[in-house]
Design a protein. Structure first.
Length: 164
């Protein structure tokens, strides 16, 4: 399994993978290309035999230099149950050792994502604070609220992720 930073060419494959997961909110293909190009230091893909197995898309929020905001984590159904999402999050912080906090927004019904981030905090012997990020009324159509999970502080990690 190769975990690497994204390139703009990954955008289309990421869009296709999100459709296959069946659980993630599908955004425009442009959004995945944009994130892959502009935020490549905080967006990673996992490949197995040249095929996309999973990804994490993240960015540094403005004025929060110590934080990475995880926007989406996706794993192809064929690779679920193998800890790939956790490995991607770990690799994200290895590639960005100056970051000490992880933030993510998760709907209350997304048990898998809640377990991922809470488990990551537990394995790293740190806190996972939870609050409201976006109330449901902020969305144009019916949508659950988005909870904010803030994990940290995390121990600084050495950079081990391969480049382009």
């Amino acid at each position: 399994m190769l975990i690497r930073t994204t390139t703009q060419e990954d955008g289309a494959s990421l869009w296709d993978l999100v459709k296959v997961t069946g659980t993630l909110e599908l955004n425009t293909s442009y959004c995945y290309a944009l994130m892959s190009k502009l935020f490549s230091q905080t967006c990673l893909v996992a490949e197995c035999d040249g095929q996309l197995a999973g990804f994490v898309m993240a960015f540094q929020p403005p004025e929060q230099e110590d934080t990475i905001f995880v926007w989406q984590v996706g794993v192809h159904p064929a690779y679920r149950g193998q800890g790939l999402a956790t490995r991607l999050i770990k690799a994200l912080f290895e590639a960005n050792p100056e970051k000490t906090y992880l933030e993510a927004s998760v709907t209350p019904s997304n048990a898998a994502s809640l377990a991922l981030f809470r488990g990551y905090a537990r394995r790293n012997k740190t806190q996972c604070e939870e609050g409201t990020f976006l109330p449901s009324h902020c969305f144009p159509k019916q949508h659950e609220e988005e909870k904010l999970l803030r994990v940290g502080p995390l121990q600084r990690q050495p950079a081990l992720v391969g480049g382009r």
